[in-house]
Design a protein around this ligand. Structure first.
Ligand code: 4NP
Length: 155
């Protein structure tokens, strides 16, 4: 297996959406036999060092995936050199990521749902203030995008 993909998923807090995107992509890449370098971060530092939100942990666990060992991390300048692809969950985060990007960044920066032709420009909405059903919707979105991303790296 070659090292083909280095992907960073970014939301605000790194406890709800981006850990689920990371988990979905790891699972899809594993299944496809794709070697990946993957991580997730937040643009904000509210939850540095914390495990994912319990609702995210439950959502992943319901799909047989353990994310209890994930820990919150904030976007850093070196991420723009370490990752070839940076995916933002929403427009606010996309703007903030671009504002932090150094001139010599190697990362391509885009919205996650731009990977889905019929969802271009759409956001993975923040499920933080809602119930568990919002997290199921998040899972559906990030796992569709993860499947599309695996296809892209396989081609
Ligand atoms: P996330 O959700 O960006 O998907 O991780 C949020 C998590 C925490 C907060 C906001 C959104 N917060 O305000 O603490």
């Amino acid at each position: 297996m070659s090292h083909t993909a280095s992907v960073l998923f970014v939301c605000l807090g790194n406890i709800c959406r981006s850990p689920l995107a990371e988990a979905a992509f790891r699972a899809a890449a594993d299944e496809a036999g794709l070697d990946v370098h993957v991580d997730s971060v937040g643009t904000a530092g509210y939850h540095i060092g914390e495990p994912p939100d319990p609702r995210s942990i439950r959502t992943a666990a319901a799909r047989g995936i353990d994310i209890t060992h994930y820990r919150g991390r904030q976007l850093q300048t070196r991420d723009f050199h370490e990752f070839t692809h940076i995916f933002a969950m929403d427009q606010d985060n996309l703007r903030n990521i671009k504002a932090c990007a150094p001139d010599d960044a190697i990362a391509e920066i885009s919205l996650l749902l731009d990977l889905l032709p019929d969802r271009t420009g759409d956001e993975v909405g923040d499920p933080y203030y809602g119930g568990d059903d919002g997290f199921d919707r998040t899972w559906a979105e990030v796992s569709d995008a993860a499947a599309a991303l695996v296809k892209l790296f396989e081609d």
